[in-house]
Design a protein around this ligand. Sequence first.
Ligand code: SAM
Ligand code: SF4
Length: 464
Amino acid sequence: MNDFIDDAKIERILENAKNPDRLHVEEIIDKAGELKGLSPEETAVLLQTEDRDLVEKIWATAKEIKEAIYGNRLVLFAPLYVANHCSNNCLYCGFRKDNKELKRVALNMEQIANEVRILEQEGHKRLLMLCGEHPSRSSLDYFIEAIETAYAIKTDNGGEIRRINVEIAPLSVDDFKRLKATNIGTYVLFQETYHHDTYKTMHPSGPKSDYLWRLTAMDRAQQAGINDVGIGALFGLYDYKFEVLGLLFHALHLDSAFGVGPHTISIPRLEPAMNAPAAIKPPKPVLDDEFKKLVAIIRLAVPYTGMILSTRETTEMRREVFELGISQISAGSRTNPGGYQDDSGEGFRAAQFNLGDTRTLDEVIHDITLKGHIPSFCTACYRLGRTGGDFMELAKPGLIQKFCRTNAIITFKEYLEGYASPSTREAGNLLVDRLVAETEKAGTKRTLKNRLKRIENGERDLYI
Ligand code: SAM
Ligand code: SF4
């Protein structure tokens, strides 16, 4: 399989785009506003734009695109770390092999079930399951059993996990087929850095030191029939402009090879982590304004690709970038295996990195509700087989608005009825009422009202 990331070409594109002409920048922003996406060359021009008023125009256009395609929904999920043993030595990660102070944990199935029960009782329906890369302590057999265990746990009030996305080390096509058979949602994997030399420095040993095996993981996942894949870069390792173009070339490669780009792009930024030199002192730190700019530019360049923001970012930064194009967020997260059931205060000893937003799911929901976002737990598309190319077909003509908005409101109502604190329920019901009133199409409004009534009467798991 060919390496489709050409460092010299990316550097050249960035070099040629330096000091862009105002008019040219404005033309590109206008083109992006038509939801047509951008080429790497056009994206580079925006990345090289430093004039404050133009950057603000990029932010404003990103907001419009997010509104046009995704509405104001934010899909919520929780990460579930099952094991932190790792045979790699990634210089930025607390789980790295050389971190002898880390408390190593591999949850057994009963402990995993307990974690899932807690998450379900908070109202979560979607998980991102992760672990370190270790041949015996995090084997694929173990991980598959963990997925099956999590899907099998049911709690009161319709508590269940309806979609498990997975973030584990790259697999062979045959192993991806085994993973797919467990009914996972999206397979997520970050390239960390697309820059070859930096990749080599950051991953000095272990299977992860093979850049190409990681770069081509999504191709093997697709070949195995997993058609929702999520890519990402860990910002802070190398120049953020290079990484954005790396993500774009990755997306273009998948689009041309499989007729569909990535389902999601994640944009993690380096956080401090125990005994992880590159996390304690990031080689190329990304400033807050640069981070906001890169989020907005990704929204302009690939308007139909979902964008995921984790609790690595602070509450304040999350509030700012939600509007710039984020479609999925984690909330109430722990990055130590067993973290949801551990109230010892010692969780940091087993954690992968520090969190910027430590609020509970209910606190996050209350906050975003007041800002007019619709918290969503929807899993309908994947359960109705609207994935990969089918999902993109749905997304492109704007149907995502019709289906997803309705399903978002229904699943939000389910949350409000089953799990919300009194103040969140009050704020949430006001929002739901407003959204119903704002629904223009009579048929959609009827369907929505009917489903909301049924949820109030105790039915669960309704979607269209
Ligand atoms: N071990 C697998 C791997 O490396 O792909 C599974 C995912 S790992 C548990 C999750 C992700 O956390 C990594 O891909 C990396 O991007 C991110 N990560 C590691 N250390 C981090 C840090 N200090 N700050 C922010 N993100 C970090
Ligand atoms: Fe292991 Fe993943 Fe951490 Fe690297 S990022 S040390 S592979 S858990």
